[in-house]
Design a protein around this ligand. Structure first.
Ligand SMILES: CC(=O)N[C@H]1[C@@H](OP(=O)(O)OP(=O)(O)OC[C@H]2O[C@@H](n3ccc(=O)[nH]c3=O)[C@H](O)[C@@H]2O)O[C@H](CO)[C@@H](O)[C@@H]1O[C@H](C)C(=O)N[C@@H](C)C(=O)N[C@H](CCC(=O)O)C(=O)O
Ligand SMILES: Nc1ncnc2c1ncn2[C@@H]1O[C@H](COP(=O)(O)OP(=O)(O)OP(=O)(O)O)[C@@H](O)[C@H]1O
Ligand SMILES: N[C@H](CCC[C@H](N)C(=O)O)C(=O)O
Ligand SMILES: [Mg+2]
Length: 522
């Protein structure tokens, strides 16, 4: 169940008349004549898009959805104390006469509710240095690096993303990568109340497409890369790109930083050409920011970041893999673009010892490298397996699955990448959700080139713990085992039931079990 959204201690209080005036200014409704203003005046103390989260005095935004219409839940919202409803014409028609609340109707309430929440909570993002991170892979990692840089520069920070939500020293698990606009604006209001001065947030393509971040003002935004994912939601890669590109519109974002690593295709270059004044980065020149004197190791990398106007900043990043050099460069470039002193930013980046579930080493006394990683796209699987190949002399062993109820087209590509780039691949379950796990695994193996792949190389073991144990049983000195796809997740979801499952604990246990009683490894 979704935990209740955080709300500021100081409740806003704006009238329905003021709300109508705002919506009139946005061109969404006609300005009410004085005679039409309700008496007594309705006062709004909050806003939510979810009837289950309504608090007394809230505006309930009854939004059209893909499963239901929010209007279906307006009676429940009223019972919880909602003061008014914002909805579309279909919602208003459904509500006519059935709910005893004032109803404000606009053509696109999903877009309007973001503006309303920004206004109701006093435009909190404008009191923060707000930095946004988008892209297919590397958002969470980059956001953690940016946050470390902001803290080193003396900011009291907030962080929002897939793994956790942080308000200065308080941390809670995140429900989604980017919250709905009503929850997001309330969260920023809480941050401002608690003295946060700068915040970093991951901005998903779903969030951009669904107007969740409308109304926010970003001091800077970062585009990491774009490759295949979420084609269950976006009709084409171009639609997916255009959703991400919205973050870089000049009215939202003051400074734009764009990854243009050649391996990630040409989307970054296209975006950089579109955004005047944008700054680019990649491990190699001719990007504006690149890594000189680069040394990549199993525990991290060191290099000199070369930037615009002859800037040269010595850097260490304590996250393994060459792709984390790109993430560190992007973080540095974003921080500098937002006015942070480069050496403070670099020092902060160098303090980050790890990101939960991203290239996270598991140390259980074994004579090989064991990593838990969140790769769950074809590009991430390829990037991670290529990267670890350079870190060890031995074999690359991977455990990997694909989530149910998500982009099906990526499954054969992920299976193919694992078979092509690992010495041994164990294909297994990863959150089958409502789908048949055997069918998901069949789609993964369908991508494997049978001619080029020996039968011994790929093993299908649906039970994830058994697959991890099988990988560990194969591992010997100098090898690397990568357990990919679930990262920080703590559950395996099937048919609506989430069973506790943490790759990090299961991998550590498998290593311990393999070491008993005859010693570790082969
Ligand atoms: C595909 C998607 O993004 N769907 C979002 C969309 O849902 P929807 O249009 O299907 O809504 P619906 O279920 O038909 O319900 C209609 C309305 O009734 C409301 N409702 C529903 C039930 C109820 O009891 N009371 C109530 O008020 C809902 O809040 C909604 O506003 O609008 C809802 C809010 O209005 C979102 O909560 C919902 O996110 C769903 C839960 C979701 O799983 N989203 C994921 C895919 C997502 O957003 N992921 C991204 C990125 C992931 C990544 O980077 O890999 C993220 O930012 O997390
Ligand atoms: N710059 C990068 N290029 C390619 N792959 C990367 C990059 N950074 C990270 N990855 C891979 O992608 C995985 C996910 O990384 P991370 O969680 O930082 O990205 P994300 O964009 O936040 O993902 P999600 O949208 O699922 O939350 C990592 O575990 C790693 O395998
Ligand atoms: N934010 C990603 C996470 C996927 C992780 C993987 N474990 C899965 O379940 O597919 C998504 O919802 O697509
Ligand atoms: Mg993320």
């Amino acid at each position: 169940m979704t935990p209740p959204a955080l709300r500021p201690a100081h409740r806003p209080a704006r009238t329905l008349t003021e709300l109508r005036a705002l919506l009139a200014d946005l061109g969404s409704v006609q300005r009410a004549a004085a005679a039409d203003v309700a008496a007594p005046e309705v006062v709004l103390h909050g806003v939510t898009h979810d009837s289950r989260a309504v608090q007394p005095g809230d505006l309930y935004a009854a939004l059209p959805g893909s499963h239901a219409h929010g209007a279906d839940f307006a009676a429940a919202a009223a019972a919880s104390g909602a003061a008014a409803v914002l909805t579309d014409p279909a919602g208003a028609a459904a509500l006519a006469g059935s709910v005893d609340l004032p109803v404000v109707t606009t053509a696109d309430p999903r877009s309007d509710v973001a503006q309303v929440a920004d206004w109701l909570y006093g435009q909190p993002s404008r009191s923060l240095t707000l930095l946004g991170v988008t892209g297919t892979n590397g958002k969470t990692t980059s956001a953690f690096l940016v946050d470390a840089g902001l803290r080193a520069a003396g900011h009291r920070t907030g962080l929002l993303g897939t793994v956790e939500t942080r308000i200065a020293d308080e941390r809670v698990d995140s429900v989604r990568t980017t919250p709905e606009s009503s929850d997001l604006q309330a969260l920023f209001a809480v941050m401002v109340e608690r003295g946060v001065t700068a915040a970093t947030m991951e901005v998903s393509s779903h969030a951009l497409a669904q107007h969740r971040v409308d109304g926010l003002r970003f001091a800077g935004a970062l585009f990491t890369n774009l490759s295949q994912d979420h084609l269950d939601y976006h009709p084409t890669m171009r639609d997916y790109f255009e959703a991400k590109a919205r973050l870089f519109e000049p009215e939202r974002t003051a400074a734009s930083v764009i990854g243009i690593e050649p391996g990630a295709g040409t989307w970054g270059l296209e975006l950089a050409a579109r955004v005047p004044g944008s700054v680019t980065y990649a491990p190699d020149p001719p990007a504006d920011w690149w890594a000189d004197d680069l040394t990549v190791g199993a525990r991290g990398s060191s290099f000199t970041a070369r930037g615009p106007r002859g800037l040269a900043v010595p850097m260490e990043v304590r996250l393994p893999g060459r792709f984390n050099v790109a993430n560190a460069l992007g973080a540095l470039a974003l921080l500098v673009a937002a006015g942070i002193e480069p050496r403070a930013a670099a020092a902060g980046i160098g303090t980050l010892a790890g990101v939960p579930g991203r290239m996270e080493p598991i140390e259980a006394g074994q004579p090989y490298l064991a990593l838990v990683d969140f790769a769950h796209t074809p590009d991430a699987v390829e990037t991670v397996l290529t990267s670890v190949r350079g870190l060890v002399d031995g074999r690359v062993i991977v455990v990997l699955g694909c989530g149910g109820d998500r982009d099906r087209a990526k499954r054969p590509l992920m299976g193919a990448a694992a078979a092509r780039l690992a010495d041994l691949a164990f294909l297994t379950n990863d959150n089958p959700r409502s789908e048949d796990p055997a069918e998901i695994l069949a789609q993964m193996t369908a991508g494997i080139d049978r001619v080029a792949t020996s039968a011994a190389k790929v093993t299908v073991i649906p039970d994830r713990a058994e697959a991890i144990a099988a990988a560990v049983a194969e591992a010997g000195p100098g090898d690397v085992v990568v357990v990919a796809g679930k990262g920080h997740e703590r559950g395996q979801e099937q048919n609506g039931v989430v069973t506790p499952f943490d790759d990090r604990a299961v991998l550590a246990q498998a290593i311990a079990d393999a070491g008993r009683p005859t010693g570790t490894g082969r």
